[in-house]
Structures are given as structure tokens and as C-alpha cells.
Design a protein. Structure first.
Length: 236
């Protein structure tokens, strides 16, 4: 037993002497927030800046949305999208397992109505109305590109924490869209965005509220669209 203890002590002394540290000791800095930002760190990188993407900032393409870290990266990408093809493919592969919700109809780009859908191989594709069912069924390939752009990675309401309703949303004056579980949730978010910001950031949605406020003041707070769904039965 004494020999075993001496061997362990000798081994540790040797590690210290050579500058090698056990794996846990290598992570000496502990000042990161592992709460709301833990999921953020798992986001793939922007194809332009190689920094974590913001899921609130994207553009649609024929093969699905491309996400960026900031709006300034969009024109750079659009100037030469082929240059970033490999990085976009890697981004999509990394995002593939992430939960997402279909929010728009591939036929009209209007909010979906879950009463109307086409089912194939156990998968439901939602549309906005009964008339779109036949159109989609006749030529699914025609709408494949629109379908790939019809999803949101925001799955939870930032105010109540419930599943989002694709028909209940606000389009900010700065261009981002935020979804809610019911119409009553927009007002608390607008009134105190700092209170609910972490609930958005934990889903990869980062909003610059100072920019929103500045944009709203310039547009008379009339620059955003609202979803049309009318139920407001949550207790706020």
C-alpha cells in the first residue's frame, strides 16, 4: 500500500515538473455564464465571420435559410454565395438535430393552420388553408424550396414559455420576427424586453433592443406586423 501511495505521489510530482496538468485543471477560467448562453455556445458559425450565428438573422435560399452572426454579413454572402458553400453545408449539418417549428405555408408563405396538412411517410407538412392542400399534393417538388424556408428555430414563447403559435408573432421594425403562444404576450415583452431577453437568447435569438427602440421612434412605432390569431386566454 505504501508503495502504491508513493507511486501516485511520484507520478503527480512528475506531471507538475513537466508542466502537464490533469484535464480538469486545464479549464481554470470559470467566469462564463452556463445558463441561458449554454445553448448559444453550441450554435454553428457564421459562414462569413466564423463566429456563432444569431438565429434571428438569416436569408432564404433555394436550399433553405442561411444564418449569420450579424446583418453586415448578409451582403458579403450575397455577393459570392458559392465561396461559402462548404461552410453553409457545415452549418446546416450542425443545425439539423435542433428542434424547429414550421411557421409558414410553403404554398402562400402565410402562417400555417394546423387543421390543414399533407401527411407523407409519417411527416406532416402544414399549409394555411384547405385550398393549399391540393396545390401542394399535385406538385410537392415545386414547393420544396419554400418548405425548407418555412421553419423557425424559436419553439418557445419568451414570455410564458409555452409552445409558440405560428399565427401569433410580431415583426420588429429591425426585421426580426418573434413568435408567442398568445397575443397577450407581446405587450409584456415590449414593455420590459430585458426581463425576457434570456428566454430568447437561450433559443439562439439575439435582439438588439436599443436598435429596435431607435427604429421604432423613427417609424412612430408602426413598423411591425402582428399575427392574426385572436385567442388570449393565458394568465399574464
Amino acid at each position: 500500500m505504501n508503495r502504491l501511495i508513493l507511486g501516485i505521489v511520484f507520478g503527480l510530482a512528475l506531471l507538475v515538473g513537466t508542466g502537464v496538468r490533469p484535464a480538469m485543471a486545464q479549464h481554470g477560467h470559470g467566469d462564463h455564464d452556463h445558463g441561458a448562453h449554454a445553448e448559444m455556445s453550441a450554435l454553428p458559425n457564421c459562414p462569413i465571420m466564423d463566429e456563432p450565428i444569431n438565429l434571428a438573422i438569416s436569408i432564404p435560399t433555394d436550399d433553405g435559410p442561411v444564418y449569420f452572426c450579424c446583418k453586415g454579413c448578409i451582403p458579403k454572402f450575397q455577393k459570392n454565395p458559392g465561396k461559402y458553400a462548404a461552410k453553409v453545408a457545415a452549418q446546416r449539418k450542425a443545425l439539423a438535430p435542433r428542434a424547429k417549428v414550421q411557421v409558414t405555408c410553403p404554398v402562400t408563405n402565410e402562417p400555417i393552420d394546423k387543421k390543414f396538412f399533407v401527411e407523407s411517410n409519417g411527416q406532416k407538412t402544414y399549409v394555411c388553408c384547405k385550398g393549399c392542400i391540393g396545390k401542394y399534393k399535385r406538385d410537392p417538388a415545386k414547393y420544396a424550396s419554400a418548405l425548407s424556408n418555412s421553419y423557425s428555430f424559436q419553439t418557445k414563447c419568451p414570455v410564458m414559455g409555452g409552445d409558440i403559435d405560428p399565427t401569433v408573432f410580431t415583426k420588429l421594425s429591425t426585421g426580426e420576427t418573434i413568435y408567442f403562444c398568445c397575443p397577450g404576450c407581446e405587450k409584456p415583452l415590449r414593455k420590459n424586453p430585458a426581463k425576457y431577453n434570456k428566454n430568447l437568447e437561450s433559443q439562439g435569438i439575439v435582439i438588439n433592443w436599443a436598435e429596435v427602440k431607435k427604429s421604432d421612434s423613427g417609424k412612430g412605432h408602426g413598423g411591425h406586423d402582428h399575427g392574426a390569431h385572436g385567442h388570449g386566454d393565458h394568465d399574464h
